[in-house]
Design a protein around this ligand. Structure first.
Ligand code: SR1
Length: 390
């Protein structure tokens, strides 16, 4: 069998079709249509379909810069390989919760994967009022499996260190370090907010109590290699329907803190909650409690089966790790609420609201973010209802 060595060049509709035929994912004679549908900040995404048979696939290619800003923000193409490896690793643990990967080429920075267009991006669906009854059960299970089974509780330390090295992802981690943990807390020009919010933002910039908590969480993000994290688990990284949930886009994956993904997911549910009238919020708050319940139940089940770490015999140890994970998640949720309100990448849940509602939701997100940062150890998963109403 001959293998082709590719040289990087950005694909277009024609070359994307040529590639999938070369890969024999479709035959030469098939009539295919390709459409670039990437609406994220970083990549090209081609939807390729045979309109006669309806067979379809996704070709995702990393660009050597951040699409959202342009060529002035270079980014390593290695992220495509990290994403493909992470999808395969997640797929080996929770196959029903991620897309199948059919092909990856490191030079082209291309991953060919299952088309999920029968599902909706959960952010879009939640904005439209979908409830996704299985979302929290699925994400709680996904998070617990990934967190536990890629950690030192499930993998021998030498092997785990190889994985830590494999997932070193400096450029994408740097985006998070800047956009989530640093820039929103200083008067930096990446920030974006309306003048009507300025006094709230300036109060935050001088709030040394909250900023100290952000500094500690950033330090943990920089140094703690507890587990493989998705790294960008907002509701735009999750496809969903009434019955199915699929996690996509783990190009920010790296070895980080147990609570990071959970915190980002919770924060994005909270951002959607804050965009709604009071009587429509409970479904999101229930998703938060259920995610954490399922996480703990799944984690404890994996814990008792663990054969790698002799200390797992002590149940207090599991409680300690879970407590730390939740406390960190609350802190990371606080950072995410603030950065999605005044930083570079906002959420459409709130930005699409009419003026007065938008300002109220943004102020509430900043208040809640600050509260989570400064009360991390006191907040349980059941407390958000009261916190949001206050
Ligand atoms: C320049 S990238 C901006 C944001 O988009 C991604 O989805 C991450 O959330 C990142 O922080």
């Amino acid at each position: 069998m001959t293998t082709t060595t590719y040289t990087y060049e950005p694909l277009n509709e024609i070359t994307a079709i040529r590639l999938v035929k070369q890969l024999k994912l479709f035959s030469e004679s098939e009539a295919l249509t390709a459409r670039e549908i990437g609406d994220g900040n970083l990549n090209l995404v081609f939807h390729i379909v045979n309109d006669q048979t309806n067979k379809s696939i996704i070709v995702k290619q990393a660009l050597p810069y951040a699409k959202v800003v342009g060529e002035s923000w270079p980014l390593s193409l290695k992220r495509a390989t990290i994403e493909s490896n992470a999808l395969k690793q997640f797929g080996s643990l929770t196959p029903e919760l991620v897309p199948d990967v059919y092909y990856h080429d490191e030079n082209l920075a291309v991953t060919v994967m299952e088309d999920l267009s029968h599902l909706t991006i959960s952010r879009t669906g939640l904005i439209q009022g979908e409830t996704y009854p299985l979302l929290s059960e699925h994400i709680g299970r996904f998070l617990a499996h990934i967190a536990f089974e890629t950690s030192d509780f499930a993998i021998k330390p030498q092997e785990k260190k190889e994985l830590v090295a494999q997932y070193i992802n400096p450029d994408l981690c740097n985006i998070t370090e800047d956009l989530v943990f640093t820039d929103p807390f200083f008067d930096y020009n990446t920030n974006e907010f309306e003048e009507t919010l300025r006094s709230d933002v300036e109060n935050l910039w001088t709030d040394e109590e909250a900023k100290l908590e952000v500094a500690k969480l950033k330090q943990k993000f920089l140094t703690s290699s507890q587990t493989l994290v998705h790294g960008d688990l907002h509701t735009g990284s999750i496809f969903a329907s009434e019955r199915e949930t699929k996690v996509i886009d783990p190009e920010f994956a790296f070895y980080g803190p147990f609570g990071f993904d959970l915190g980002q997911f919770v924060a994005n549910l909270l951002l959607n909650t804050l965009s709604r009238p009071a009587q429509k919020r409970s479904v999101l708050l229930d998703h938060i409690t259920k995610t954490w319940d399922v996480f703990q139940t799944t984690w404890n089940k994996l814990w008792v089966e663990s054969k790698v770490e002799p200390f797992v015999k002590n149940p207090n140890y599991s409680d300690y790790i879970l407590q730390q994970t939740w406390t960190d998640a609350v802190g990371y949720a606080g950072c995410e609420l603030i950065r999605r309100t005044i930083g570079l990448a906002h959420v459409v849940d709130i930005d699409s609201l009419p003026d007065e509602e938008r300002l109220n939701a943004q102020k509430a997100a900043l208040r809640l973010g600050r509260y989570l940062l400064t009360h991390q150890t006191e907040i349980s998963a059941h407390d958000f209802k009261n916190l949001i109403e206050e």
